[in-house]
Design a protein around this ligand. Structure first.
Ligand code: NAD
Ligand code: IPM
Ligand code: MN
Length: 367
């Protein structure tokens, strides 16, 4: 059998910096565990624009469609602020999500014990936290038509449209319930059914899907109240399912429950391919962090944990995923801190590759 294939798209800013550490971990798996991937690498975002004048070349899109999984760093940066909207770095990422039909974006927020004091919230509120946000990723206001900036009378109007079909809601809701069955058997659906028709439909369809999962306790919240509950008492949640835009906001907020945006991984999954595995792209929740890019300060853990999610969801290597997660837990327990995780007196931060060294040492120690 051929090796599983991975396409690596490091992207911009800290993307290549954090991805370099993941590449070392991939190499470690080949050397120490006999798990070898066919790895190819390509450009996305601003890096692709610089080379090809487009944030995602068609050849790269075709490669992404043909591999077992894509690993992406981050895209964007101030250098590209002035570009036409259609070729902005972020369009490359959105095209990947849309054309691969990666409708279920899993964004777990877990608080590692050693970081319980790093959240801006009290230790009690976050210690032991383990929630999963399932964000719809290929529809809603990010993609709805009509959209654009038009002239109306003597001024311009910016237009975006929130649009959800029943089948789009149904499939992401099923992903959330399936995950809940393997976790704490609770789903909380978040929308704004009080002000949006798409929210009314969302609530109806999620309720209907819930009937197929009688063991799962389903609740509904307006997304604004959900945001409040997420910082008031996040441990009340198990799986949260929500739309594209609310999911974007709620997952950045959830990141701070774990101590840093540099900790949060994600998996974007589509329908099963012929081999039964989902089409998949894995990426940290954070962006290209232009404020720290090029300074070796970036925390690679979100990207490393994204690779762990690939092991679990694309390659059926759950035990190997746990090996990576345990290594991260160990280095944090041992006190390794990148600059985003400082808070304790007298702690000197490690660099991005310093954190990579520590994770590799912990992987060796765990053999
Ligand atoms: P950001 O996530 O890049 O950064 C927000 C803050 O978090 C910054 O202070 C940054 O230094 C810090 N941070 C983020 N990741 C970190 C890490 N791994 N280690 C340490 N600190 C980290 O968000 P932003 O500044 O709003 O956006 C910057 C660019 O990234 C924009 O062009 C945006 O569109 C893009 N972006 C891309 C993605 C993606 O590729 N998936 C996601 C979000 C934002
Ligand atoms: C994310 C990012 C993206 C989004 C951008 C970069 C397109 O913020 O992955 O959370 O808005 O979905
Ligand atoms: Mn975001």
């Amino acid at each position: 059998m051929s090796n599983p294939s991975l396409l690596i798209l490091p992207g911009d800013g800290i993307g290549p910096e954090v991805m370099a550490e993941v590449r070392r971990i991939i190499a470690w798996f080949g050397e120490k565990r006999g798990i070898t991937f066919d790895v190819s690498e390509d450009l996305v975002g601003g890096a692709a624009y610089d080379a090809h004048g487009t944030p995602l070349h068609d050849d790269t899109m075709a490669k992404a469609q043909s591999v077992d999984a894509v690993l992406l760093g981050a895209v964007g940066g101030p250098k590209y602020d002035g570009l036409d909207f259609s070729v902005k770095p972020e369009r490359g990422l959105l095209r990947l999500r849309k054309e691969m039909d990666l409708f279920a974006n899993l964004r777990p927020a877990q608080c590692f014990d050693a970081l319980a004091d790093f959240s801006s919230l009290k230790r009690d509120v976050v210690a032991g936290l383990d929630i999963m946000i399932v964000r719809e990723l290929t529809s809603g206001i990010y993609f709805g038509e009509p959209r654009g900036i038009i002239e109306e009378g003597n001024e311009r109007v910016g237009i975006n449209t929130q649009r959800y079909t029943e089948s789009e809601i149904d499939r992401v809701a099923r992903s959330a319930f399936e995950l809940a069955m393997k976790r704490g058997k609770k789903v909380c659906s978040m929308e704004k059914a009080n002000v949006m028709e798409s929210g009314i439909l969302w609530r109806e369809v999620v309720t209907e899907v819930g009937k197929d999962y009688p063991e799962v306790e389903l609740s509904h919240m307006y997304a604004d109240a959900g945001a409040m509950q997420l910082v008031r008492w996040p441990k009340q949640f198990d799986v949260i399912v929500t739309d594209n835009l609310f999911g974007d906001l709620l997952s950045d907020a959830a990141a701070m429950l774990t101590g840093s945006l540099g900790m949060l991984p994600s998996a974007s999954l589509g329908a099963p391919m012929e081999n039964g595995r989902p089409k998949a792209l894995y990426e940290p929740v954070h962006g290209s962090a232009p404020d720290i890019a090029g300074q070796a300060k970036a925390n690679p853990i979100a990207c490393v944990l994204s690779f762990a999610m690939a092991l679990r969801y694309s390659f059926d290597l759950g035990a190997e995923a746990e090996r990576v997660e345990a290594a991260v837990n160990k280095v944090l327990g041992d006190g390794a801190r990148t600059a985003d995780l400082l808070g304790e007196e007298g702690v000197t931060p490690v660099s991005t590759s310093g954190m990579g060294d520590a994770i590799l040492a912990a992987l060796d120690a765990g053999l």
